[in-house]
Design a protein around this ligand. Structure first.
Ligand SMILES: [Zn+2]
Length: 80
């Protein structure tokens, strides 16, 4: 059975765009009253070196700052 025949061209992009617009609307009406500084990761186990202030209601990244949060600070290795 070829399930892909059911999917129209550009359908994924349209859904993705619609989804992103809905998230944006949600984030625009959110008051961001529950926030938390978190480490920013570019991959699991790889910090970007920045912290990000995330709204716990709508998941928006509100602010970005050079990293102040240190996880495993004493064991931290610089990986290049
Ligand atoms: Zn929010």
């Amino acid at each position: 059975m070829n399930v892909n025949k059911e999917i129209k061209k550009g359908e994924f992009e349209n859904l993705k765009k619609k989804h992103e617009e809905e998230i944006e609307q949600l984030q625009n009406k959110c008051k961001h009253d529950k926030k938390k500084w978190m480490l920013e990761w570019w991959a699991i186990g790889h910090s970007t070196g920045y912290d990000v202030l995330v709204c716990l209601n709508c998941n928006k990244n509100i602010k970005h700052r050079p990293g102040k949060i240190e996880l495993f600070a004493k064991k931290k290795k610089v990986v290049k």
